[in-house]
Design a protein around this ligand. Structure first.
Ligand code: NAD
Length: 278
């Protein structure tokens, strides 16, 4: 019997990266897991998003860890699709008790050059997608009087940075959405909290586009070439964290015993939090 035995956890963007790490850990701790991912690239995002193969691999890892796994290809900006998935999960697994609104994209462009499509993609995936996730799971959680929701913001949800207007706006927005949702759901046994990661070692930061954007002076920059720039964004002298470090905090926030922790933002950002208020 694991800590999450009898619980059902939904993780959006679960095909790879942090989402996969959360999904597998829920299964290790006894939960049944529901994952979704768009499994398609976006014209507005300059690095490859997850594939169907990635999604299938997470299913395999979750099942190997002992959990049942339901997976679906959907875009979290589509509220109807997310609501349908939660209905399907509730019908087959009995409930959705935990939701981690993790799916997101990153872009890099000065605000003055940003096409409307890029802005819409980032707000749709990173902010509307989080609203859609909360909206999809909240009614069932209210009926059962129990729920744990974690949203994924960023250290860029607490500060501005160059070339990140859309991303920062979406991640600041996630914090407002999280705190307001925590108040709306406070009387129903449901907590809503955010994690705010620093640089995390996933394909979102390890990709040719971002490497070249950071080191335009090099023809074919490598991880070693960009590591010092990533390190400068943290206070502790490390370029990036591992997804499992974020998972640990997600597990803490969604534990049964974290019943009276709601509306907070936990930075996991190698000390960058010391530089900002809040
Ligand atoms: P990732 O690119 O490996 O994973 C993101 C996943 O979300 C991908 O599988 C992608 O296909 C999926 N996705 C994107 N948009 C989607 C949509 N609209 N609908 C469904 N699926 C969608 O990157 P990651 O680092 O694992 O990112 C997870 C979350 O963490 C994101 O919200 C990201 O903004 C946030 N974050 C990442 C970092 C970092 O440095 N990697 C830092 C802070 C916050």
């Amino acid at each position: 019997m694991g800590e999450y035995s009898g619980r059902v956890a939904l993780v959006t963007g679960g095909a790879r990266g942090q989402g996969r790490s959360h999904a597998v850990e829920y299964a290790r701790r006894g939960a049944d897991v529901v994952i979704c991912d768009r499994c398609a690239d976006s014209d507005s995002v300059a690095y490859p998003l997850a594939t169907m193969g990635d999604l299938a691999e997470t299913v395999r890892l979750v099942e190997d860890a002992g959990g049942r796994c339901m997976s679906e290809v959907l875009d979290t900006s589509d509220r109807t699709a997310l609501t349908a998935l939660v209905e399907r999960a509730t019908a087959e697994f009995g409930s959705v008790d935990i939701a981690v609104a993790n799916a997101g994209v990153s872009v890099a462009s000065p605000v003055q050059d940003m096409p409307t499509e890029m802005w819409d993609e980032v707000i749709g995936s990173n902010l509307t997608g989080v609203f859609n996730t909360i909206a999809a799971v909240a009614p069932g959680m209210i009926d059962r009087g129990y729920g744990r929701i974690v949203t994924v913001s960023s250290m860029l949800g607490r500060a501005g940075n160059s070339n990140t207007a859309a991303y920062c706006a979406s991640k600041w927005g996630v914090i407002g959405l999280t705190k307001s949702s925590a108040l709306d759901l406070a009387g129903h046994g449901i907590t809503v909290n955010a994690v705010a990661p620093g640089n995390v070692s996933t394909p979102m930061i390890h990709n040719d586009f971002l490497y070249k954007f950071m080191r335009p002076d090099l023809d074919a920059p490598t991880a070693n070439d960009v590591a010092p720039i990533f390190t400068s964004l943290h206070a502790q002298p490390i370029p990036w964290l591992e997804p499992e470090e974020i998972t640990r905090t997600v597990m803490f926030l969604t534990a049964d015993g974290s019943a009276h922790i709601s509306g907070i933002v936990i930075p996991i950002d190698a000390g960058n939090a010391a530089r900002v208020t809040g």
